[in-house]
Ligand binder design. Structure first.
Ligand SMILES: NC(=O)c1ccc[n+]([C@@H]2O[C@H](COP(=O)([O-])OP(=O)(O)OC[C@H]3O[C@@H](n4cnc5c(N)ncnc54)[C@H](OP(=O)(O)O)[C@@H]3O)[C@@H](O)[C@H]2O)c1
Length: 345
């Protein structure tokens, strides 16, 4: 559902080459009856599938699993029909991410119409919830800025080495993060060349970052987040400033990060002495499901800066959604996701 959007397009790109998946329906209100490649030109010659209107009865007959790439507020209206009929659902909106129903009013400005469904959804971050995802048929994928920031910070929170109430998250994101519908803010003349603080305080993803970091640490965290629109189409760099409880050295941090991520197929620790890319850079992960994570110590103020870079449409959305599907279905979780991306791009 929502197959004409940017996330929908990425889902199709990945799923059409997935050896265990057949794509049977792709919904769009605006483009029903039109070929997919008229909207997603990179799919020309790959499939003859056409967009269709959302027809729930028909979809229940033709699908085992639904990905919803609808905006928040719309997903919550469409999804219960499929849940009630026992289908597997992977939602990419924010509608089932937050565990406390009251948080929807606070952060998204609406009263959640199905609070009883929230607890049935697992927060779809494999690095934190792999076992729950395995045993679930309903997954809420994380927000793109949230996933990058949580993965950068989780080892520090788990290790109990930082001041948990003084975490500053600074995110830079490309224009595709705003979705396919144009607005004055995304118009080329206004968007090109910017480094624009667009949500200096109160970003909605703060809620899920705190929710997830609280679930792994011994005490409550407080996250101060600011986000910037920068001159990229894809990509997120999350720069997370934390202050340590005692002086720390680089080997301590390697130990923490390796301990958390050594076996993770889609996390690469990047802290190199040589080469151009000594720390994570979104340019290197574009088109991939990797999250590159790195860190630096600032002895001057006992600060650890944790960095992470992702492609917002892949690791930040469609890639993680397919990884969740693989885990749910008992397929090797790397299936369909192993491309290393392009260099140079
Ligand atoms: N962009 C990202 O980087 C990113 C990352 C992670 C998660 N997400 C989340 O993933 C979802 C999709 O994001 P996106 O960037 O792909 O958005 P998008 O480009 O705006 O696409 C959403 C699609 O949903 C359909 N739609 C819009 N309003 C609808 C409504 N009221 N009812 C039914 N269908 C509707 C539209 O298709 P038709 O008009 O053709 O029907 C549209 O193409 C959102 O919830 C977003 O927050 C986005």
């Amino acid at each position: 559902m929502g197959a004409s959007g940017y996330v929908g397009g990425e889902l199709l790109r990945i799923l059409l080459f997935h050896p265990k998946v057949g794509v049977t329906c792709a919904t769009s209100r605006r483009y029903a009856g039109d070929y997919l490649h008229h909207v997603h030109p990179n799919l020309r010659g790959i499939t003859d599938l056409k967009f269709m209107e959302q027809k729930p009865e028909d979809m229940v007959d033709r699908c085992d699993l639904v990905f919803s790439a609808l905006p928040h507020g719309s997903a919550v209206k469409a999804i219960p029909y499929y849940v009630e009929r026992g289908m597997k659902v992977i939602d990419l909106s924010a509608d089932f991410r937050l565990k406390n129903p009251e948080d929807y009013q606070k952060w998204y400005g609406y009263e959640h119409p199905h609070p009883n469904l929230i607890e049935r959804f697992v927060y779809g971050l494999p690095e934190l919830h792999r076992e729950e995802i395995k045993n679930s048929s309903l997954v809420a994928c994380p927000g793109c800025m949230a996933i990058a920031s949580i993965l950068a910070l989780a080892p520090l929170v788990k290790g109990n080495i930082i001041e948990k109430e003084r975490i500053v998250v600074d995110v830079k994101i490309g224009s595709s993060g705003a979705g396919v519908t144009p607005s004055p803010a995304t118009h080329h003349a206004n968007r090109f060349g910017v480094v624009r603080p667009y949500k200096p305080v109160g970003h909605r993803h703060t809620a899920e970052i705190e929710q997830e970091l609280n679930s792994i640490g011994e005490s409550k965290v407080k996250v101060a987040m600011s986000s910037h629109a920068v001159n990229m189409v894809r990509g997120i760099l999350s720069t997370c400033h934390t202050f340590t409880l005692r002086p720390l050295a680089i080997p301590d941090l390697w130990k923490l990060y390796r301990g958390s991520y050594q076996k993770e197929p889609f996390i690469r620790l990047v802290r190199d002495r040589k080469g151009l890319y000594k720390l994570p850079d979104p340019k290197i992960v574009i088109g991939t499901n990797y999250c590159d994570v790195g860190f630096e110590v600032d002895e001057h103020v006992n600060r650890v800066v944790a960095f992470s870079a992702i492609d917002n449409l892949v690791r930040g959305a469609a890639g993680t959604a397919v990884q969740n599907m693989n885990i749910m279905l008992g397929i090797d979780e790397k299936t369909g996701l192993e491309s290393p991306g392009l260099y140079p791009v």
